[in-house]
Design a protein around this ligand. Sequence first.
Ligand SMILES: NC(=O)C1=CN([C@@H]2O[C@H](COP(=O)(O)OP(=O)(O)OC[C@H]3O[C@@H](n4cnc5c(N)ncnc54)[C@H](O)[C@@H]3O)[C@@H](O)[C@H]2O)[C@@H](O)CC1
Ligand SMILES: Nc1ncnc2c1ncn2[C@@H]1O[C@H](COP(=O)(O)OP(=O)(O)OP(=O)(O)O)[C@@H](O)[C@H]1O
Ligand SMILES: [Mg+2]
Length: 368
Amino acid sequence: MLVKHGMNHLTVLNSARNHKLATSLAVLRRQQFLTRVLGVRGEDRMQDPKFEADADNILRAITPVLDPTRHKGQAGKIAVIGGCREYTGAPYFAAISALKIGADLSHVFCTKDAASVIKSYSPELIVHPVLEESYSVGDRDKDHISRNVVAEVDKWMERFDCLVVGPGLGRDPFLLDCVSEIMKQARQSNVPIVVDGDGLFLVTNSLELVSGYPLAILTPNVYEYKRLVQKVLNCEVNDQDAHGQLLLLAKQIGGVTILRKGKSDLVSDGEIVKSVSIYGSPRRCGGQGDILSGSVAVFLSWARQCILADEGNLSISPTNPTILGCIAGSALLRKAASLAFENRKRSTLTTDIIECLGISLEDICPAC
Ligand SMILES: NC(=O)C1=CN([C@@H]2O[C@H](COP(=O)(O)OP(=O)(O)OC[C@H]3O[C@@H](n4cnc5c(N)ncnc54)[C@H](O)[C@@H]3O)[C@@H](O)[C@H]2O)[C@@H](O)CC1
Ligand SMILES: Nc1ncnc2c1ncn2[C@@H]1O[C@H](COP(=O)(O)OP(=O)(O)OP(=O)(O)O)[C@@H](O)[C@H]1O
Ligand SMILES: [Mg+2]
């Protein structure tokens, strides 16, 4: 085929090398330009040490001691809204991560197709097959079905310390309408919401669901962040002023907390910006964001408990529980990913990282 086009392997290799060289030169020139203009390399500004969170101390401060007088439920009850025909892994990863970190109960609200599959992954999860997609509803009374779906989740709502909306949710319009109603109920009950994956697709198109809700956390990956920036700020992602843009974005959505995932994780509530740059893993296998959303939900719940118990005298800063939850979740995931990679190298998978969550937390705050 190559010969047919008048190229042999050597010419292809040379042209590939030349292309690589030209790209490297272009990157170098751009970095030199930024260094001249900004005084610091653009990428490095995202890892400026003065913004780096004191993640270990935060983890120590908010992780509850294993007190024998506590009863089941006090270490956290998390619910994941997600899981459909296509995706069963994502809600499982989020929900099981919450348990592995130390939450007492982890629920999953998903479609009927997904439920038995998720149950078969683990008997530890409480799985509710309540969500419906358009294909299963057909011409039946959609209003009636929607009311039932929302009521099924709502009867549990008061018990939850945090909802995670989106891992493996899919994008079916009827299902997303029901989830919008569930989010409104959660907000009315003052239940914190971590929005991830397809939940971000929903929220980006219906910002009013989270706008002005201080207990909402958005955890966008690179594409989800791009879509959010385009929608809210009407511009492109600006990595030269990543902190400023994230601050502005969080402020524009009424002070929600945003955890921008990437080489460094950046967190802002519209007032401050913090970064977590602990070395994680070079493996980018799918599912790591799901571990993060489940972890953030648990740490946010623990941070809120701590703040209530200490009546605001927490010895760490910042003190916003959503920011604390994001920092703790991000740091723990990165430590676990690093440990898993040490053992598994290129074959590191999300399930390997989940197995390292416990030991990674143990290293920072021993159970006894
Ligand atoms: N095992 C599982 O069940 C998993 C399910 N997941 C779920 O899958 C659903 C979809 O999430 P994804 O993060 O995969 O989202 P997308 O389906 O939007 O993106 C999938 C991939 O497509 C590419 N892509 C997306 N937008 C792009 C763009 N604008 N330009 C170029 N490339 C682009 C990227 O490589 C991206 O990682 C979510 O519900 C998520 O929670 C993921 O969490 C991964 C694991
Ligand atoms: N380039 C990177 N270098 C180091 N860590 C990264 C990098 N990109 C992402 N991460 C880490 O991986 C975690 C998951 O981020 P990622 O962007 O993979 O999420 P995601 O695409 O939503 O994942 P999922 O597949 O679960 O949907 C983040 O907390 C982040 O710390
Ligand atoms: Mg994701």
